[in-house]
Design a protein around this ligand. Structure first.
Ligand SMILES: C[S@@+](CC[C@H](N)C(=O)[O-])C[C@H]1O[C@@H](n2cnc3c(N)ncnc32)[C@H](O)[C@@H]1O
Length: 270
């Protein structure tokens, strides 16, 4: 096993345990601060959902909220759109998105952890949403065709990826030209080195693997995005913030000298 493989396995195990804690009623996932790591400053993000939004959710979905923001509040979803949630966990943002896009729209939740997928499917059934599909897979190899998604959302997951350039390239591939990204994530201030980020929290706890603001912007631009913004919303550790990341997929990649990503070029993709 490579270091990347063992880190990813550590992440998978951590979130499998969090899902089981909710399913078996022995705990409350990470909403209490056990996963996306507890710091004196974290409330990582659960409270960023409105009372109305919480009212739309089954209890288990709210309990399994492990994010650091509320991407559905920033993505401005419209009826009939196709939405993809990367690292969908217990399904909270998938359920809220499915309600926003309505029966003419579709929401996909992608996660690598079986226990999370089982919890999410149960939560979606309980919430009565039928325009949802939960997919097992990696956010570094998204199992959807090119140019098939209007909006990509994600809540506190990209920092956990062992290959962030691959994630950003895959987001660009599956989005339609002009498609949007609206992501909540943990982001470091630019002056913090990788070592300093690691001193502030663990990798599985969503701290050590965080990109800095300028790394995020550069990564998105290199993958073919424009109108990129990274806005800090709340500090979770010294120099580390919950942030809203927004970008739009460039409509004319060739004109901008960006590589055109071929559909289905990746192994294992549909
Ligand atoms: C911090 S939790 C966030 C869950 C959900 N977005 C929320 O806000 O409650 C991270 C989730 O991402 C999933 N995950 C982490 N890395 C992943 C990867 N590389 N590919 C697919 N899923 C991943 C985990 O299984 C877990 O469900």
């Amino acid at each position: 096993m490579t270091t990347s493989d063992s880190l990813r396995e550590e992440v998978r195990r951590k979130y499998a345990d969090a899902a089981l804690a909710v399913t078996e009623g022995s705990g409350c996932g990470c909403g209490s601060g056990a996963c996306c790591e507890a710091t004196e400053r974290a409330d990582f993000g659960q409270s960023l959902y409105t009372i109305e939004q919480r009212g739309e959710l089954p209890n288990a979905a709210a309990l399994a909220s492990l994010g650091c923001g509320n991407p559905t509040a920033v993505a401005e979803l419209h009826e009939g759109e196709t939405v993809l949630d990367l690292g969908s966990g217990g399904g909270i943002d998938v359920i809220l998105s499915a309600k926003r896009v309505g029966p003419a729209g579709t929401t996909y939740g992608l996660d690598m952890t079986d226990e999370m997928l089982a919890l999410a499917r149960q939560n979606a059934a309980e919430a009565g949403v039928t325009n949802v599909h939960f997919l097992k897979g990696l956010i570094e190899q998204i199992p959807l065709p090119a140019d098939s998604v209007d909006v990509v959302i994600s809540n506190c997951v990209i920092n956990l990826s062992v290959d962030k350039p691959a994630v950003l390239t895959e987001i660009a591939r599956v989005l339609k030209p002009g498609g949007r990204v609206g992501v909540s994530d943990i982001v470091a201030e630019d002056h913090l080195t990788a070592k300093q980020r690691g001193e502030r929290g663990s990798y599985v706890g969503c701290i050590a693997g965080a990109l800095s603001r300028s790394e995020y912007v550069a990564g998105l631009e290199a993958a073919g995005f424009e109108d990129v913004s990274v806005e800090f919303t709340h500090e979770v550790a010294d120099g580390m913030h919950g942030a809203i990341v927004k970008a739009v997929k460039t409509r004319e990649p060739e004109a901008k000298g960006l590589a055109v990503i071929q559909p289905a070029a990746r192994a294992g993709c549909c």
